[in-house]
Design a protein around this ligand. Structure first.
Ligand SMILES: [Zn+2]
Length: 447
């Protein structure tokens, strides 16, 4: 049997230079990586092989080493804070997920600007002083005000307008959504950045009430995985081009979707290592990424496990002509979104979403897997024929998870986001250890 292999990507000499500096600085100077020195095959080996020999760095590692263990001794945190070069930011999330990071605004802005080049529309529109409206949970960015409505001028910051100050989108009234529509019409943003679930919620309202909405130059999805239903609901209202931007507080902007739908690596600002799953779990084109931020004087993270599950573009190329770095055909969700079939095969959010996405008339859904063969699907739908919908859902889910799957379909009137402000579409209640699914046998070309 001929085994499929991962594509070969092209990288600039500068990328390899920055990759080498990042790894060597961490191993030599940063306490958190002291134990990693034993894994380094040494400078006579290709840098990709040196990275491949290293473990992954996790949020738990950040928590255990913050602050001094994450920086070289020569870096003075107090001084960095005093001069305003850095701030401390806490990522939103559950207790397990929460970490404090050093935040270097200058590097972050530069990473964002570089990511804009990876899509023709953002490359043209995003000049750095363009008007941008943002529709997200204010817990992630913006101004929180749950009781009092903030007037527009209180939700402006530089070139940004934050359309929503409420932490719970279930509290959005028609007045609140009319205000968003009016403000889009008045502010006329070039870019509309949005959590897809939040924009889809607004679009369901706009479509149901036949409202007119201003069309921005481009819509950029952030923070959440956009489902097929989100796309459909948003497309009923917006004809503007749509792209997805992927990154984390720790790593800056990592992937941007180009105008042809593939995702390109932001090679100037991060190194990406790909670890494929075993073939029976979708490898070698499906796997996880480990990200090393490049050239950030306040970040020495190496092989940070962002939690993103990705699907490689098999050809290693894209018709848009951008050829530097890793190219993905899709982001397949996050580790937390993985579920398992009754026979134990990994199911990504992408696969689940494409399965449920064939159905019509679903506003939102959430799939929870309490144990190996039990699944709870929560559905929000305006369809009157709930029994028919229920049967259809059971049919497609049994084909995916197994005929023996024990599936409960629960109709809800609405689904709230998690405390992080982001919507959860799928997860297991039991732990899934990715190490059990990664293909350790696949070796890098440059070994
Ligand atoms: Zn492309």
């Amino acid at each position: 049997m001929v085994r499929a292999s991962v594509p070969v990507w092209k990288f600039s000499p500068h990328y390899y230079h920055l990759s080498t500096s990042a790894l060597e600085a961490a191993l030599r100077k940063v306490a958190a990586y002291r134990e990693w020195r034993q894994f380094d095959p040494g400078p006579n080996h290709h840098i990709d092989a040196r990275y491949a020999a290293m473990p992954a760095f996790t949020k738990k590692d950040i928590r255990q080493n913050f602050p001094d263990g994450l920086l070289p001794a020569c870096k003075d945190v107090e001084q960095g804070l005093a001069t305003g070069e850095i701030e401390l930011v806490e990522t939103s999330g559950t207790t397990d997920d929460k970490v404090t990071n050093f935040w270097n605004q200058k590097w972050w802005d530069a990473s964002e600007r570089a990511s804009w080049k990876l899509n023709s529309y953002t490359h043209e529109i995003a000049t750095g002083d363009h008007r941008e409206a943002i529709l997200v949970n204010p817990r992630n960015v913006g101004f929180v005000s749950d009781i009092i409505d903030l007037p527009m001028e209180k939700r402006r910051l530089a070139r940004f307008l934050y359309l929503n100050e409420k932490t719970n989108p279930l509290s959005w009234s028609s007045t609140h959504m009319d205000r968003m529509i009016d403000e889009l019409n008045t502010f006329q943003p070039m870019v509309l950045e949005a959590n897809p679930s939040y924009l889809a919620r607004l679009c369901r309202y706009v479509a149901a009430h036949n409202k007119e909405v201003f069309q921005p130059g481009i819509i950029v999805f952030t923070y959440e995985y956009p489902t097929n239903f989100h796309y459909r609901q948003i497309r009923l209202v917006f004809s503007a081009p749509i792209t997805s931007s992927y990154g984390t507080t720790e790593t800056g902007y990592v992937f941007m979707q180009c105008e042809n739908g593939n995702f390109h690596q932001n090679t100037q600002f991060c190194r990406v290592d790909f670890q494929p799953f075993k073939p029976e779990h979708g490898g070698p084109l499906l796997g996880r990424i480990l990200v090393t931020p490049l050239d950030n004087p306040w970040c020495y993270l190496v092989r940070f496990a962002t939690g993103d599950i990705v699907h490689l573009q098999e050809s290693g190329e894209c018709a848009c002509g951008r050829h530097s770095g890793v190219i993905l055909s899709s982001i397949a969700g996050r580790k937390v979104n993985l579920t398992l079939t009754c026979s134990g095969r990994l199911v990504t959010l992408l696969e689940l979403d494409n399965t449920i996405g064939v159905l019509e008339g679903i506003d939102m859904y959430k799939l929870i897997q309490p144990d190996a063969r039990t699944y709870e699907l929560h559905l929000v739908s305006q369809r009157p024929d709930k029994e028919r919908l229920s049967e259809d859902v059971l049919g497609v889910l049994r084909r995916l998870y197994g005929q023996e799957a024990n599936i409960a379909v629960i109709f809800d009137t609405d689904i709230a986001p998690e405390s992080s402000g982001k919507y959860l579409v799928s997860r297991t209640i039991f732990p899934v250890d990715l190490d059990d699914y990664l293909d350790k046998d696949i070796s890098l070309k440059n070994d």
